[in-house]
Design a protein. Sequence first.
Length: 353
Amino acid sequence: MEQTILALLKNKDPQQRKQGILQAGRSGNPVYIKPLTQLSYTESDLDLRILAEKAIQHLRKQSDQAVTTKETQRPVVMPKPRNQRYTGGGMVSLIAFTILVIGVIGLIIYLTRGSEILNVFQQQQLQSRYSNPAEFPLASTAPATLTGQVYRSRIDDLMYYYVQEPSGTPPPDGWPLLVAIHGWQGDAFSMIAPFSQRAYDEGVILVTPSYNHQVEVSYDDYYAVLSILLDDVRAYYPINQAATVLTGFSWGGRITQFYTATFPYQFAGAVVGGSREYLLPNYTNPTRYAIFIGAEDFFDNVDRPARTLDFVGQMRDQGSPVWYYEITPGVGHWMVSEQINKVFEMINSLENR
């Protein structure tokens, strides 16, 4: 495995990662399937995730063709005809053995490639689900039974957002709500991809705003449109305020932490990833925090692990320790899967407390 291609796949620059994906796919070497699969899970850029999936499929196809070519080159030995009839019991045994073999083959495929096949299927479902969203019906209220609808709405030139429903009737206290904010160079799909299927499966309303960073605005402007978004969603759905979580990564992580520190009763929990800085909330702030940072995250020449530890220490010293924090070894400036897991763990914990 060429270290040059591996280095490109792990590069912070999306263009370099794209080159790594292209070179891995052109190499024809199936050894790159595993790192490409890992990238497809963690990549924040939807186009790069799709490109990685295509490269994986191309490498698998070439690998399968190579195996087929070797098989066709083997000499074929025709068996001698046999004058033997199967008895009824023998036929049943043959059918049972065939079913067993098929089952074993299916199990092997599931264990070796099941997660990859499922990931491709879920990505296709995701693209289909968001390809033609309806306009969010702001002037009405949600029906008694939800059907997994996806909506889109625009507040102003600064932000538009997607709303993804679960299916079914709301829990007695209302629906849990998750709002996920992208990084500076991302958009709504940066957070739709990692959270969409899990939110749908676990009965959580998912809202993913997309901010326009073409112009400089104040934090108050970001806070204002986020508050309007929340008013829209709460006016349409019955929301369980006790099970509302705001999450984000990088710039989105900073907005997540700053917003919940400034407006302590808008969300019950906040899961922050890759933030550059933190705003210490008042010690009476009830927001439950989970903080994630890579041990190697020095993006923008900022020692983010040190700033995270400082924030955690300040929270502990003022008597409001963070609910969970993690400095992930060997990780740079990218969102780890454990952040996604912790989001839904927090929602479940808040919902059942």
